[in-house]
Design a protein. Structure first.
Length: 364
């Protein structure tokens, strides 16, 4: 994710912190210091936020490590002011596995809450909501009590049956055990949109922040529904049905001026680079523009092309090839047969294929 700062790698998963999260810490520290004129209070306030987001980070690791048990890797985990995001390569195909991955995050918060409750009991400070209310401010002495309350709220909020919260995925997994996956997603998305509408109505009369959450939930539900529709449309379809067969190629020794000519002459954005009939890379539009901005003389295609490019076979299933394309650093995948380039697979063309497929389905 752009504007993110790497903070380490744990269990083989990169963890990064968005710059807006750093800004949140600074704002919290300055706000507490200005209101209480105490450096200790400011440090305590920042410490509480860090402890809170440590719980959020452990929540995301619950998802990531459970997904790993089912062969699904996690690209990275990013801490944002609104929470954490674990970017899984994909969701498990089996509903039961998705159910376990979804509940793993809230389960971590439940374990943390139980641990804090036991600690408070050993300290002779049983959990009391009244103590939290009486001790206003995140920098107050009821540090553990507040952390316990926040973990309970994280569980309740995340288990709401609405995308993109964990509860929406739980609902989808339960429905998918009895109906096709796309239909289960559509119904879970509908429930999510109903919750979004409810949040918007309540927020309009009480707290505007609920209206922001409503927007977040509505967008999440729409994205999940669209992704499921695409997955359903691509099921059982070979790459050959959606690949581009009318395209231009470049040679590694071609000057970049040749690539500019092709870019301006047609609608093709990325160009496969072939050497004696074998694909050796892809020259993307962005790489071309970046190379031109650095230098303008004696540049060749080989100096700017991307060599680490996945390829597909025209007979393999489109959903698997698209998944590899989404995980790569380029937007165009060569389609080859015994080393010979026969087509290109792009995100844009797959989108067009899905649109045509949907239109034909409506006509039928």
């Amino acid at each position: 994710m752009k504007w993110s700062i790497p903070v380490g790698r744990y269990a083989g998963i990169p963890v990064q912190m968005h710059v807006t999260f750093v800004a949140l810490l600074v704002w919290i520290g300055l706000s507490v210091w200005s209101s209480q004129q105490s450096v200790l209070a400011a440090l305590t306030g920042v410490g509480f936020i860090l402890a809170l987001f440590l719980c959020v980070l452990l929540h995301e690791f619950g998802h990531a490590l459970t997904a790993r048990r089912f062969g699904v890797q996690t690209r990275d985990i990013t801490l944002l002011p609104i929470g954490g995001v674990a970017r899984l390569e994909r969701m498990p195909d089996k509903p039961r596995q998705e159910l376990l991955v979804a509940v793993a995050g809230p389960a971590v918060n439940i374990v943390i809450a139980i641990g804090i409750a036991i600690t408070l009991a050993l300290l002779g400070r049983p959990f009391s909501p009244e103590a939290i209310v009486a001790d206003a401010g995140i920098a107050g002495p009821a540090f553990l009590e507040r952390l316990l309350a926040v973990n309970i709220m994280l569980v309740v909020f995340n288990m709401l049956p609405a995308f993109p919260m964990d509860g929406g995925r739980v609902l989808r997994a339960l429905l998918a055990m009895r109906m096709p996956y796309p239909l289960a997603t559509a119904r879970a998305a509908t429930v999510g949109k109903l919750f979004a509408a409810l949040f918007a109505i309540v927020g309009f009369f009480t707290n505007p922040f609920l209206m922001l959450i409503a927007l977040f939930v509505w967008i999440g539900a729409s994205q999940e529904s669209a992704a499921a529709q695409m997955k359903g449309a691509l099921d059982g379809i070979p790459v050959s049905h959606a690949m581009i067969t009318d395209f231009r190629t470049l040679s590694p020794v071609d000057p970049l001026s040749r690539a500019v000519e092709l870019l301006l002459a047609g609608s093709q954005q990325d160009f496969p680079v072939a050497d004696e009939g074998r694909v050796v890379g892809i020259l993307t539009r962005q790489a071309l523009l970046t190379a031109l901005a650095r230098r303008t003389d004696h540049l060749r295609v080989v100096d700017a092309m991307n060599r680490d490019v996945p390829s597909a076979d025209p007979l393999e299933m489109l959903d698997g090839a698209l998944q590899r394309l989404q995980q790569s650093t380029v937007r165009t995948m060569p389609v080859v047969v015994r080393g010979e380039l026969v087509g290109l697979l792009t995100m844009e063309n797959v989108g067009e294929f899905v649109s045509v497929h949907a239109a034909l389905a409506r006509a039928r």
